[in-house]
Design a protein around this ligand. Structure first.
Ligand code: PBG
Length: 342
């Protein structure tokens, strides 16, 4: 047998002339970049939040370019186009007339409220797309808060009783998932029990487990008309942006109480939280690219300061990289369209 070949002598003057490993080889062409890509944005991951209003036609949301509140007459077609694009689910948010906002939030539990009517229509036309309803009182509250308010205080346990009735009305109407976004303590366990007792054991719960008291919800509050009503802020129930360990405790509780999936919100400013939660719990994890994040990208794109499509796709990739399984984003149809064109 041939003696093993000695490594070629390197001339002293060429020492270090060649990098031992050239990382750029795996980046040099599109085929290899695609081959080694660690994360991918997929249409299956996308949840599309939709605003509805109780009238006909489309009402634009000024602070969210490209987003309209849809009347029930346009809603079914819109969901149909989302379904054709392959979006996995839609989440319905109501713009409620001021006249229906009261301090007892009774419209929240009206089985014929706008959300329930929207759900019935969608379910009838498109039974296969996932249908998610927010559980919280803010669209119906004269104070704009997610919970009942008495003497300036947000009442935890009294709120939960209403939330259970709200979720039951939504389940009765045919929604697949209830998504409590209120941040009251103990609501997941109470909702699970209420749903199970009434025969809705198959309704999923996506818990807004780590929902921060964020300024990035501003445009959403314009869209649902709760911004001008809001007295004070939501800091006594939503998480402090300074905290991260606390988010893990919230998630642990929600899972213990029966959450099927947990959500982190907002998204991009909280990618570290997504990663910690995914690493610690390994459960289905969603992230919400909220209204303010969407508005930032759109505003920059409209000014020609960012490339809209690239910025949207890169932002979505950051969620995947951080460990999110699903992403709620107002750009869902846009992204699905871009993915189809690839
Ligand atoms: C309300 C709710 C909010 C959002 C989703 N559900 C706003 C809030 O807590 O004030 C925000 C979503 C967004 O900004 O896109 N319970």
């Amino acid at each position: 047998p041939e003696p093993e070949q000695a490594a070629p002598q390197r001339q002293p003057e060429s020492l270090g002339a060649f990098p031992q490993l050239r990382m750029r080889r795996n980046r040099r062409a599109n085929w290899v970049r695609r081959m080694v890509a660690e994360n991918r944005v997929e249409t299956d991951d996308l949840i599309w939040p939709i605003f509805v209003h109780d009238g006909d036609g489309r009402l634009p949301v000024a602070s969210m370019p490209g987003i309209d509140r849809l009347g029930l007459d346009c809603l079914v077609d819109a969901v149909g186009s989302g379904s054709d694009l392959g979006l996995s689910a839609v989440a319905i948010f109501p713009y409620t007339d001021d006249a229906l906002k009261t301090s007892d939030c009774r419209e929240a539990i009206n089985p014929d409220n706008l959300v329930c009517r929207a759900v019935r229509r969608i379910k009838q036309a498109f039974p296969d797309i996932g249908l998610i309803c927010d559980v919280a009182l803010d669209p119906y509250n004269a104070d704009g808060h997610d919970g009942l308010v008495r003497d300036g205080e947000i009442l935890n346990d009294e709120t939960i009783e209403l939330l259970c009735q709200q979720a039951l009305a939504q389940a009765q109407a045919g929604c697949d998932v209830v998504a409590p976004s209120d941040m009251m303590d103990g609501r997941i366990g109470a909702l699970r029990e209420a749903l199970d007792v009434k025969g809705f054991a198959n309704v999923n719960i996506i818990a807004y487990a780590a929902k921060y008291a964020s300024c990035f919800y501003g445009p959403f509050r314009d869209a649902v008309g709760s911004g001008s009503n809001l007295t004070g802020d939501k800091k006594t129930y939503q998480l402090d942006p300074a905290n991260s360990d606390e988010a893990l405790r919230e998630v642990a509780l929600d899972l213990q109480e029966g959450a099927d999936m947990v959500m982190i919100k907002p998204g991009m400013p909280y990618l570290d939280i997504i990663r910690r939660i995914k690493d610690r719990f390994g459960v289905p994890t969603a992230a919400y690219q909220v209204s303010g994040e969407y508005a930032m990208i759109k505003a920059a794109a409209q000014n020609g300061w960012l490339d809209n499509d690239k910025a949207i796709m890169e932002s979505l990739l950051s969620f995947k990289r951080a460990g999110a399984d699903a992403v709620l984003t107002y750009a869902a149809p846009e992204i699905a369209t871009l993915l189809k064109q690839r």
